[in-house]
Design a protein around this ligand. Sequence first.
Ligand SMILES: Cc1cc2nc3c(=O)[nH]c(=O)nc-3n(C[C@H](O)[C@H](O)[C@H](O)COP(=O)(O)O)c2cc1C
Length: 310
Amino acid sequence: MFEALRLPLMCAPMSFASSPPLAVACCQAGILGGWQGGRVTRAAAFEGYLAALEGVGGAPPIVNLPARIFTDPDGEQKLALLRRVRAPLVLSSVGDPTELVGLVHDWGGRIIQDVTTLRHAEKSLAAGVDGLMVTCAGAGGQTGFLSPLAFVPAVRRIWDGLLIVGGGIADARGVAAVLALGGDIACMGTRFIATPQSGVAQAHRAMIARASIDSVVVSAAMNGVPGNWLRESLVAVGLDPATLPDHRIEMPDGVRPWRDIYSAGHSVALIDETEEVGAIVERLARELDALVPQAPWRARLAAIQSGWRP
Ligand SMILES: Cc1cc2nc3c(=O)[nH]c(=O)nc-3n(C[C@H](O)[C@H](O)[C@H](O)COP(=O)(O)O)c2cc1C
């Protein structure tokens, strides 16, 4: 499944931002196409993703499911659909993936757990996941807090299998850094919001392009867990970034976080314009080749894949 990768890169699952056109464009361009299959995606939309991705070819898609998918009213239906298409890759997040591991393996898929602490990594490995994604400091959405400079090598001490690294990465140097630290695949979210294919409002793309790293505010006020938000979008809905408390607050009338208050990570620092997915992937692949010619990531991913039991 990794043979079709143009470079060791994944587009992060980002609720409605990773729209079907974005997931499709990523797979076609040769990077893992993340999409969100949890509660924010109702059953009909879920089927829409699967229909859009059917027969697309290229690199595989990767669907994000919360480990507690069984509490989603549409959960059984979604799992049956994934079983029917034998979804190759599932990115599990939040909680104990044990139940999901059995199901995904049963249809022949591989399951990777998204973690932000070493303890969660250890527990997930004990549950039998096939890989880990470490979400580090600076990530868009509900961010991690650990520096990748220490977290990636720390995880490598306990795990020699597939390791995806996300948080604050938007250029080829970031991908090269992931490989140098011992990671296998880099993950970018914010970078792919600033594409015509993403499912956000044009104002969100434009705000990412003009934001600086100092424009990113971490706050739990929007939904109770710390996330990274663009200062300008907070001010636009009448919130004062300087006085936000560290707990969930009532939003101004009619304001919905994510839709009206824009999330993005530290990687806004490296994004100056909206760009087509295919152009981004080609440029990053060329730049990575120039930075680290003959980097052995392809052989390493082939070895991981051949080590996975049929
Ligand atoms: C607008 C937005 C929405 C996101 N939604 C989700 C989500 O639904 N599920 C999830 O696991 N991660 C979500 N994330 C986090 C991403 O999966 C990923 O960890 C992050 O974007 C990586 O950092 P970067 O944005 O600096 O590249 C979201 C991120 C953003 C920016």
